[in-house]
Design a protein around this ligand. Structure first.
Ligand SMILES: [Zn+2]
Length: 357
């Protein structure tokens, strides 16, 4: 079957891959209906990272049609269109019982699709455990909305949740790409009073305000830390959600979050090797009472079905994140380069398939 793969670090292309076979009684074979490349696909291809299998099929954001299910699958049947979570933990791993789903059997074991398991940029793909992984799409939820829930919404909301936001908090969201925009939406739902978004691309600034940012500041207008401290009378903000930026944003977050109860929630990817800087002074020489969380997005069926319920009942609408649409599996390549090169008006590009029955 036709598949879009990582040939070797930095090089992608098309490959005639073997079709997935249904060997697991709990598994399902699916056919993509719509996919979207993500910055983490860009990191996987162009950013180095861990060693990948040769001709690894890329992609982990997908709405798909069930083609075939194993004998033990209870809740899904061929023909059904479902949301496929980007993060697909192995819910049978021992560490699940200790509350550890995303790193249960190894670091990042929850991130399998397009990483340790063939991804969704292909004619077909396998999900080893359908009932715990696939998410039912409620009536009234559009393809765009469902596609945004599988990674972008859950990642942004994970950032907001680990920010330990209380009603009335002042929250800074660093980076206003798709994840940051959903972190803003999440912070608003958790009761943040003031949401200060840090970013500058006009298309993102406009949506940041729409999703709930009360203030938008830009790196281009000077030091972000001193501006946040000015805006909070020197106290600092209650929570910083890091959704984008280079190594310096981590240090800035420690600088700008308040002593005693401040929380930093990082869902940002730091490429390369080395260390991130923890500032000794604003870090209270190790005794500032500032909490730091470093999190991979929550995944699995229940999580994504909860987010889809928020869409169904009008609490969130992530559809405006889809600024570009392409048609046909062939266009996945173009879409990946669009995510890398970020034309001015791009937030997310959806590739809708054109399968014939
Ligand atoms: Zn993604």
């Amino acid at each position: 079957m036709k598949a879009f793969v990582l040939k070797e670090p930095g090089a992608v292309g098309w490959y005639d891959a073997p079709e997935p076979e249904l060997k697991q009684p709990y598994g399902a074979i699916l056919r993509p209906v719509a996919v979207t490349p993500c910055s983490s696909d860009v990191h996987t291809v162009f950013g180095g990272g861990s060693r990948k299998a040769p001709n690894l099929i890329l992609g982990h954001e997908c709405v798909a049609q069930v083609q075939e299910v194993g004998d033990e699958v209870r809740d899904f049947a061929p023909g059904e269109i479902v949301a496929v979570p980007a993060i697909t933990p192995d819910w049978r791993a021992r560490a699940i019982q200790e509350g550890n789903d995303r790193h249960a059997s190894a670091p990042f074991s929850g991130h399998q699709l397009g990483r340790t398991q063939p991804g969704v940029f292909a004619e077909k793909f396998l999900i080893p455990d359908a009932d715990t992984t696939l998410a039912k799409i409620p009536d009234g939820v559009t393809l765009e909305q469902a596609l945004m829930c599988v990674d972008v919404v859950t990642t942004g909301f994970t950032g907001a949740e680990y920010g330990e936001i209380r009603m009335g908090d002042t929250v800074v969201v660093m980076g206003i790409g798709p994840i940051g925009l959903m972190a803003i939406e999440g912070a608003r739902h958790l009761g943040a009073a003031r949401i200060i978004a840090v970013g500058s691309r006009p298309v993102c600034v406009e949506l940041a305000r729409k999703f709930g940012a009360t203030d938008v500041i830009s790196y281009k207008d000077g030091d972000v830390v001193s501006r946040v401290l000015d805006m909070t009378k020197g106290v600092g903000c209650d929570s910083v959600i890091i959704c984008g930026g280079g190594d310096e944003v981590f240090t800035q977050a420690v600088d700008m979050v308040r002593y005693g109860t401040g929380t930093i929630s990082n869902v940002n990817y730091y490429g390369g090797t080395g260390t991130l800087g923890f500032p000794k002074f604003s870090g209270g020489r190790g005794m500032a009472g500032k909490t730091i969380h470093t999190e991979l997005a929550k995944g699995g069926r229940a999580r994504i079905e909860r987010l889809l319920a928020m869409v169904k009942y009008g609490r969130i609408d992530p559809a405006p994140l889809v600024t570009h649409r392409l048609y046909g599996l062939d266009q996945v390549e173009k879409a990946l380069y669009m995510m890398r090169d970020k034309p001015d008006d791009l937030i997310k590009v959806m590739v809708q398939m054109d399968w014939k029955e």
